[in-house]
Write a protein that binds this ligand. Structure first.
Ligand code: ACO
Length: 431
């Protein structure tokens, strides 16, 4: 029998049901609270609010656990690929050989953009941030498909195609936005290349010469995509669910996710980490001055790539990526002074009582930027790489919200703290 919570308010006792997840996570269900008591719950920043139940991803932030559909991230990082993991997230199980082939074929078939879309890239100034281009162009892509614009969940059978189209085209759009920012000709995807190889080809090949695709580079980038593929109800995924709850189409919902991801406190942190390391290097600091500034609330500085709303022990993705970073730098025979600074910063911060007491540890972004720099990804593309990786997670969450029979539009309440009734004063009488 499920437990009930008892709440005493204004001299009356109310009972509220509780909910328990498959991993023992507990919640008090407050959905009837306002109707019964006139009170709402107030939770600025949603730190203590479950916005949904979900079967996609499990995180235990205290133990540093991350699992996609029950499978530990460490096993997926070791044994899976981004494409296979995408299938797992969206459809709930690892694909059979035949299912994986069908899914991969769909990705290949839908990787080209509508040719007219290429003209839209012309309208952006060269200095436009690729995240701005990415979100606009994902939304624009839906305008080129009448079926998608008018598509309604449950009424059309095209979800598999649209999901594959989005995963595949986000990579093409991302590469095109980079080419545009450099004034380079667009390079079309190649049928013979797999997902990650094709991204590198579209980014770096030239019409007269194909880019040399090194297996260690493909492996490192594929791992980055996979590690970012989902992370339960973070800022961007909640945004996707919020937009999807109004029954907006898949592309519009995921374009909103890209906007939410852009900020430096979320996906934009990978770019911010590299800029921070570069600044420390240029200042000739060994990291100690920056750490002192990050502890001073008046400095406006933070140790970027440190801290997480959920992980309070370690971020398992950071552990995997730190090792991958060492491996790829060794294989490519690169020595990077910024990696040395990152290691010193991490060592110093992990011994510093400020960071220890607040349980601030390196997150996935702390080392991912160094790998991306080593494999030649320009810094302004770092968050775009994160967005490509996160696409299957957003799609899985979109699908989940559409399949939920009791799904309602997301509409939080607020406590109003502004002026009370305030009569309009005509312009001539205002002081
Ligand atoms: N450097 C210095 N101090 C920090 C840092 C940091 N990176 N992160 C948190 N703190 C401090 C806060 O100032 C606060 O101190 P206080 O208790 O004295 O006021 C305390 O630690 C708790 O931090 P909150 O801001 O309450 O943590 P919250 O859960 O709201 O934020 C966040 C988490 C946004 C990730 C934050 O740690 C941060 O800004 N980190 C740097 C940016 C970053 O790396 N973002 C990527 C997140 S991972 C991802 O999106 C993939």
């Amino acid at each position: 029998m499920s437990k009930e919570a008892r709440l005493e308010l204004d001299g009356k006792v109310f009972t509220l049901p509780t909910v328990e997840g498959t991993e023992g996570e507990k919640a008090v269900d407050v959905s009837t609270l306002r109707a019964a008591t006139q009170y709402i719950t107030l939770d600025d920043g949603y730190g203590n609010t479950g916005s949904c139940t979900s079967k996609v991803t499990f995180i235990d932030g205290d133990k540093g656990i991350l699992r996609y559909r029950g499978i530990p991230i460490e096993e997926l990082a070791e044994r899976s690929t981004f494409v296979e993991t995408s299938y797992l997230l969206i459809y709930g199980t690892l694909p059979t050989r035949a299912q994986l082939k069908t899914f991969s074929d769909l990705l290949t078939r839908h990787q080209f953009l509508h040719e007219d879309m290429t003209y839209h890239f012309e309208g952006f100034p060269t200095a436009a941030h690729p995240m701005a281009i990415l979100s606009s162009m994902i939304n624009a892509a839906s305008c080129f498909d009448a079926g998608l614009m008018n598509w309604q969940w449950g009424k059309n059978q095209q979800f598999d195609i649209y999901a594959a189209q989005l995963i595949s085209q986000v990579r093409t759009i991302a590469a095109y936005s980079y080419r545009k920012s450099k004034g380079l000709p667009l390079i079309y995807p190649k049928q013979s290349y797999k997902y990650t190889e094709n991204f590198l080809h579209m980014m770096f090949s030239m019409p007269y010469e194909d880019f040399e695709i090194k297996p260690e580079v493909v492996k490192a980038l594929d791992l980055i995509f996979l590690l970012h593929a989902d992370h339960e109800q973070n800022c961007s995924t909640s945004t996707v669910r919020m937009v999807a709850s109004s029954q907006a189409n898949l592309f519009a919902s995921c374009a909103a996710g890209v906007c939410a991801l852009w900020g430096p406190l979320h996906g934009g942190a990978n770019q911010a980490v590299l800029e921070m390391l570069d600044q420390i290097h240029r200042d000739g600091d060994d990291g100690s001055k920056f750490i002192a500034a990050a502890k001073d609330k008046n400095s406006g500085k933070k140790l970027m790539g440190f801290g997480h709303r959920v992980y309070k022990n370690h971020d398992p993705r950071a552990t995997i990526i730190k090792k991958a970073c060492d491996d790829v730098l060794a294989k490519l025979n690169i020595s990077d002074p910024l990696l040395d600074i990152a290691k010193k910063l991490e060592e110093a911060a992990l011994k510093d009582s400020y960071f220890v007491e607040r349980k601030l540890y390196p997150n996935v972004d702390f080392y991912s930027g160094i790998i991306m720099r080593a494999i030649g990804i320009p810094v302004e593309m770092f968050t775009v790489i994160f967005a490509i990786g996160r696409m299957p997670g957003w799609i899985a969450n979109y699908k989940e919200i559409m399949e939920e029979p009791k799904s309602r539009i997301y509409r939080p309440r607020q406590i109003y703290t502004g002026r009370t009734l305030n009569p309009f004063v005509p312009l001539g009488d205002r002081k």
